[in-house]
Design a protein around this ligand. Structure first.
Ligand code: GDP
Ligand code: MG
Length: 175
């Protein structure tokens, strides 16, 4: 039996959603900002355990308000979600929380979720802008895992997808 899951990646604009996908799927990174229009998706066969594979179909959404009408079909059938904010911009954390509550109002079953603080490569330069304890407390409260990544260096990117996939697989095996 081949495992195949739809996974969604959400969060405010310019936090690095598309970059995380490009790093994970193509092992590439581009500093030029290219707006994601509407919805885009990529697939990757992930070895989540030695010789165990799951096909991930990862849906990436443009953060713009005007695509709100797409949200319902975007969330439909998702097995898991990555919620991304930008460690270098404080307001993206509160914006990400709004995405999570919107998701909860649309996706009524409790799907596995990982919260991602992206652009960790910038912290040595700009310092710790967002209180890590606060994020961890919030994530725990929401029943989510919290991982800090850098799409630029690749740090923890595969780990975030692995954690999410393992969580999904465990949940499916229980059914
Ligand atoms: P999206 O709107 O959430 O899809 O964000 P993008 O993936 O398009 O990235 C927005 C901008 O942030 C681009 O200029 C990226 O090059 C940059 N970016 C994304 N991830 C990182 C990262 O981990 N570190 C740094 N320094 N820049 C990043
Ligand atoms: Mg994008």
């Amino acid at each position: 039996m081949e495992l195949s899951f739809k996974v969604i990646i959400v969060g405010p604009g310019a936090v690095g959603k598309t970059s995380l996908l490009n790093r994970f799927v193509h092992n590439e990174f581009n500093l030029k900002y290219k707006l994601t229009i509407g919805v885009d998706f990529l697939t990757k066969n992930l070895e989540y355990k030695p010789s165990k594979f799951a096909k991930l179909q990862i849906w990436d959404i443009g953060g713009q308000e005007r695509f709100k009408f797409l949200h319902r079909s975007f969330y439909d059938g998702a097995f898991g979600a990555l919620l991304v904010f930008d460690l270098s911009r404080q307001h993206t954390f509160s914006r990400m929380k709004i995405w999570l509550s919107e998701m909860r109002s649309i996706v009524l079953n409790d799907i596995p979720k990982v919260i991602i603080g992206n652009k960790s490569d910038l912290i040595p330069e700009i310092g710790q802008i967002i209180d890590r304890n606060e994020v961890e407390k919030y994530a725990k409260n929401e029943g989510c895992l919290y991982i800090e990544t850098s799409a630029k260096t690749g740090d923890n990117v595969e780990k975030a997808f692995l954690e999410l996939t393992n969580h999904i697989v465990k949940k499916e095996e229980k059914k």
